[in-house]
Design a protein around this ligand. Structure first.
Ligand SMILES: Nc1ncnc2c1ncn2[C@@H]1O[C@H](COP(=O)(O)OP(=O)(O)OP(=O)(O)O)[C@@H](O)[C@H]1O
Length: 243
């Protein structure tokens, strides 16, 4: 397993946001954390990223217990829903930012940025500023920036939430293909069932801080293990059909 959460508990002022959460993700897998609003998805991502500490349990990344390791030493890339690009930096500088922080040489940064611009099919847009890009392009730059320092794990928090429906579909196919090509272990948070089923090879269903089921999209859809999972999948299907 590349990532493991072992019996993680986390409370906020007595409220149990993570309730004995355990799961493992193999190297190169793309996992989705899927559940209703307030179910504790982001809390899990924040603990993996080192932004919050679990009250108990172990977080393992690449075989090491990282509970006491600061987030920036865990080899993690992060993509947020609102792009979070630096407004006054060009696309190229945004992508190279993490490498600047690592004090890489100018030549090394230039080469890596070019390689990533090509990966996201934006070779000619390196000199633009974020406000000159579409939502989908901004999000692709955010992926490239997260990948630049070569993390072992990519965390994505509702990466498509701010993007309109049509572009979102294109972007998620693109993301799935790109992550497959790069071969990076990834975990993304979503409350959108269709998104989880289309993009991930492993889906982790969360409800009230507890894991209800872990499985492939097919297992979750066709063999729901709990009443909650069966209901959640049905309700979502129904609401999508009604859109
Ligand atoms: N810093 C905090 N202080 C107090 N309560 C918190 C804090 N962070 C999260 N919570 C609570 O923990 C629960 C889980 O929150 P979390 O953000 O993990 O849910 P989520 O599944 O990501 O929800 P959403 O889909 O709405 O983003 C919520 O009830 C939330 O109010």
């Amino acid at each position: 397993m590349y990532v493991e959460m072992k019996d993680i508990c986390k409370t906020f002022d007595g409220f149990q946001a993570s309730d004995h959460v355990s799961f493992g993700i193999e190297k190169g897998q793309m996992a989705a954390l899927l559940g209703p609003s307030g179910s504790g998805k982001t809390t899990i991502l924040r603990m993996l990223a080192g932004l919050d500490r679990p009250d108990s349990g172990d977080i393992m990344i690449n075989g090491f217990r990282v509970n006491d390791l600061p987030g920036n030493k865990r080899g993690i890339g992060f993509v947020f829903q609102n792009y979070a690009l630096f407004r006054y930096m060009t696309v190229a500088d945004n992508i190279g930012f993490g490498l600047e922080v690592q004090k890489k040489s100018k030549a090394e940064i230039k080469e890596r940025v070019e390689e990533l611009l090509e990966l996201i099919s934006m070779e000619d847009l390196g000199k633009r500023y974020p406000h000159q890009l579409s939502g989908g392009q901004k999000q692709r730059v955010a992926f490239a920036r997260a990948l630049a320092p070569g993390p072992g794990l990519l965390l994505l928090d509702e990466p498509f939430a701010a993007i309109d429906a049509k572009v979102r579909r294109e972007l998620r196919n693109w993301l799935r293909d790109m992550i497959g090509r790069v071969g990076i272990t990834s975990i993304f948070v979503t409350h959108d069932q269709e998104e989880a089923m289309e993009v991930a090879n492993q889906v982790i269903i969360i409800n009230q801080g507890k894991i209800e089921q872990i499985g492939t999209p097919e297992e979750i859809c066709f063999h729901p293990k709990t009443e909650f999972v069966a209901d959640f999948i049905e309700t979502e299907r129904f609401s999508q059909g009604g859109k």
